[in-house]
Design a protein around this ligand. Structure first.
Ligand code: HEC
Length: 167
């Protein structure tokens, strides 16, 4: 499962890379490659957009689960979207996209503690995949039981790596 996620992330990175750089698809940049200029701006935009989508999906999930009688069609769709976004999220934080590069709530600590940050991303991906699997069973109680783990994974990262205000 973990291998699949890693492979999927690599494919996404490749696709993203090939869009920017048609001739260099054979040599995908490692996740840690530093970006700058227009590439940095586009990654930061994609990240902000992606996190907004993550927030929207979480809002839907929270509201449905809290209702006590969740619409499992809506839960399944939001869970699948969340899983897809979580997989993509490992490409949202290349070096060069921190506070020095423009308006962002991403803290410089992300690039000072890369191993810990990568663990937070992985925690999110694991929680989103587990939640999606639980949701796709169609059983409301199963989905409800695994939403907490997903919520914790957001907080674990935001607490250390997201600043309070837009700067
Ligand atoms: C690995 C770290 C990490 C994880 C996990 C994570 N986030 Fe974020 N999130 C960030 C960072 C960093 C930002 C600020 C991004 C920026 O401003 O460039 C952010 C921004 C956001 C935003 C604001 C978007 C905007 O700019 O308006 C929302 C909403 C959000 N996250 C929701 C969530 C939810 C919900 C989860 C879990 C389901 C989650 N995030 C998981 C790091 C994370």
């Amino acid at each position: 499962m973990r291998k699949t996620i890693v492979a999927a992330a690599a494919v996404i990175a490749l696709v993203a890379c090939s869009k920017q750089n048609q001739t260099r698809v054979s040599a995908p940049a490692p996740a840690s490659a530093t970006v700058s200029g227009a590439k940095a701006k586009s990654v930061m935009h994609e990240r902000s957009d992606g996190m907004k989508k993550v927030g929207k999906a979480m809002k839907i999930l929270g509201a449905q689960i809290k209702s006590g009688a969740p619409d499992m069609t809506a839960v399944k769709a939001a869970a699948a979207a969340m899983d897809g976004l979580a997989r993509k999220s490992s490409a949202w934080f290349p070096a060069g996209t921190g506070p020095d590069a423009g308006k962002t709530r991403a803290k410089a600590e992300i690039w000072l503690k890369p191993q810990d940050f990568a663990a937070k991303v992985k925690g999110f991906q694991t929680a989103a995949a587990n939640f999606n699997a639980a949701a796709q069973t169609g059983n409301a109680a199963t989905a409800t039981a695994s939403l907490g783990e997903l919520g914790k994974s957001c907080k674990a990262c935001h607490d250390n790596y997201r600043s309070d205000e837009h700067r």
